[in-house]
Design a protein around this ligand. Structure first.
Ligand code: OGA
Ligand code: NI
Length: 334
């Protein structure tokens, strides 16, 4: 990767948005719904059946919720956001060096310029992405700078695995499946993404991330207080996800939409930019291993309910999703 492929390397030199970052008029950030919010799920309720009800309603109606009383220490949440801020603030050469130890790409720094076809519009964001399987494989390829990066990464991904499995168990129980249904290969290949959205001179023309669904079972997002940038698309309107301090934003991904045979919504969302302040987020992607077959859970269709989706290996899904994006989604339907 070249230094100037990173948005953080050049954004400060511009007083307007370069043409390749200007979105088509229909994709630009516009009006958002006022007074609407996504549901909150309290994981610390005395009555677990109430928690189950909250999480089920949220997953069926919105595919998005914020979790509180989740048990992850506040200090670890602060430290993790800060270490990613420090990483993205390092000189470009250092960022590239620290993120390129694995020739097979288990750790990667990229911006949309590298991922997308050069002809399509780019996004105002840099991302550091790392695989973090429970086996601990790939740890030797993690950045060694900032100094605390590895230690925090290990602690944080352990907490995310615990929280993620708890959420998946509730969701599977709610579907009437074995609570452990998603706990094996379906969730054994997680990744962690540290996104950095630099300030943008013309936020009305750009996006930090396009409208998309995640290629995950579930995504757990840590975002900063006080910056409204994440929006979800529901019933034809954009709803802002207003950060609740020390809550996590959780969303259902396309894989769980398929496994649940469409009962849970893999909700569409996007990220807008702002001119004042950089925004950092940390996304934990709960993903299947490549060879896993993704299909509606058998117990959900044995009772005469119609299959809505084809069976596909995660590897094949990803290959198509990476090249065709959301255009591939209709092909998943039966
Ligand atoms: C993602 C995502 C939202 C954000 O990583 O898929 O949607 O606010 N991130 O960074
Ligand atoms: Ni997403």
């Amino acid at each position: 990767m070249d230094h100037d492929e990173l948005v953080s390397s050049w954004f400060h030199l511009h007083s307007s948005v370069p043409f390749s970052y200007v979105q088509l008029p229909e994709a630009r950030p516009g009006i958002v719904a006022s007074g609407k919010n996504i549901p909150v799920v309290d994981l610390g309720l005395h009555d677990p059946s109430q928690t189950l009800k909250q999480i089920l309603n949220a997953s069926q109606e919105y595919g998005f919720f914020q979790v509180i009383n989740h048990g992850v220490p506040k200090e670890l949440m602060d430290d993790t956001l800060n270490i990613f801020k420090e990483f993205h603030a390092m000189p470009a050469e250092e960022k590239i060096r620290e993120s390129s130890r694995d020739p097979n790409g288990s750790c990667r720094l990229y911006s949309s310029r590298e991922v997308n076809n050069k002809d399509i519009v780019q996004f105002w964001r840099d991302t550091l992405r790392h695989f973090c399987p429970p086996s601990g494989e790939f740890i030797q390829f993690l950045p060694q700078k900032p100094a605390k990066y590895r230690e925090l990464f290990v602690k944080y991904t352990q907490e995310m695995r615990t929280l993620g499995l708890k959420i998946l168990e509730l969701l599977c129980e709610g579907l009437g499946l074995d609570p452990k249904y998603c706990c094996g290969g379906l969730s054994d290949s997680p990744s962690l993404l540290g996104h950095h959205y630099p300030p943008c001179p013309e936020p009305s023309l750009t996006l930090g991330a396009p409208k998309h669904r995640d290629p995950t079972l579930v995504t757990i997002l840590l975002q900063e207080k006080d910056i409204n940038a994440l929006q979800i698309f529901k019933d034809g309107e954009w709803i802002v996800v207003e950060p609740i301090p020390y809550a996590f934003v959780v969303n259902i991904g396309l894989m769980l939409q398929i496994i649940s045979n469409g009962r849970f919504i893999g909700a569409e969302h996007r990220v807008v930019t702002n001119s004042g302040i950089a925004r950092t987020t940390v996304a934990y992607f709960i993903r299947p291993t490549n060879e896993q077959i993704i299909e509606p859970a058998k117990p959900l269709i044995s009772s005469g309910v119609r299959h809505k989706y084809k069976s596909i290996t995660y590897e094949e899904f990803l290959r198509n999703f990476m090249s065709k994006g959301s255009d591939f989604e209709p092909e998943l339907l039966l």
